[in-house]
Design a protein around this ligand. Sequence first.
Ligand code: UDP
Ligand code: MG
Length: 320
Amino acid sequence: MTANLVANPTLSIVIPVYNEEDGLQALFDRLYPALDTLAAKRKINYEIIFVNDGSKDRSAGILSKQVELRPDVTRAVLFHSNFGQHMAIMAGFEYAKGEYIITLDADLQNPPEEIDALTEQLLKGHDYVGTIRADRQDSFFRKFASRAMNRLRENITRITMTDQGCMLRGYSRRIVDLVRQCDESNTFIPALAYTFSANPVEIFVKHEERFAGESKYTLYQLIRLNFDLVTGFSIMPLQIFSILGMLLSLAAGSLFAYLLVRRFVLGAEVEGVFTLFALTFFLIGVMLFGLGLLGEYIGRIYQQIRKRPRYVVQTVLEKK
Ligand code: UDP
Ligand code: MG
């Protein structure tokens, strides 16, 4: 085994890491043997790029030790603070040298042994390998919510992904370069990559429970991520909104006309006051939601025009 980093790996594995100290060793124990077997079997070189997304625990230290242990195939990109899973993957893409790039979660929810199946599809010439989690091991709420989001996305974007949440995915070099060119501040990488794919394929992969630690996504972050997914790839919510606004004002206008006529024919009404209240509150609700939705888009425009760096790399650990 050479101590130097392989110069031209065929396969790059990109793994975002955020506070995963309890699970990293278990990941190494399965990832390296799986990849060594794969490399020998398919006669290709690989590299692993860990991106530490500003972990507050010992993750960075554990990664730097691993770079020492397997300098031939390991690099670690360290962020000084947390920029989110998708930005971590984006940084991994920047440093990846492989012809094929596969992303993987650090928590062992995506079994490293499945990398071989993705590699096979990439070698066959598919430029995008999506995955569907067979028997997904997550809470009922997560499964239900992501099914609902999947359906919504399917209807308002042209992206067809059976299982949008699974981050074990394979991309060709061309797709990764295109994704990097996009320069988007908020994005959902699998969806963005899909829009560039010419020959995508989906395969079933196993899904396991998180090996250690907890999900790094709070309910709030999941909602944010889904707004990224929807508003990043479709303006249909805004369009639906203007249609809804049109219909509602039409309805409100007719109601007003009806009440005006009724007042002259039957005299003033009092009982209907509460119906009016109900209607008003409904309209206020719709308006507020509309404002919020506008805000989502405007917020993105704002972030985009500021052109701040999307992430800041502190150091890259590698043996040249
Ligand atoms: N992650 C990250 N930055 C974050 C949140 C998560 O790099 O801000 C990483 C995390 O370490 C893991 C992957 O992204 O490798 C998926 O996170 P998690 O397992 O918490 O998400 P879930 O499986 O619950 O969707
Ligand atoms: Mg997970």
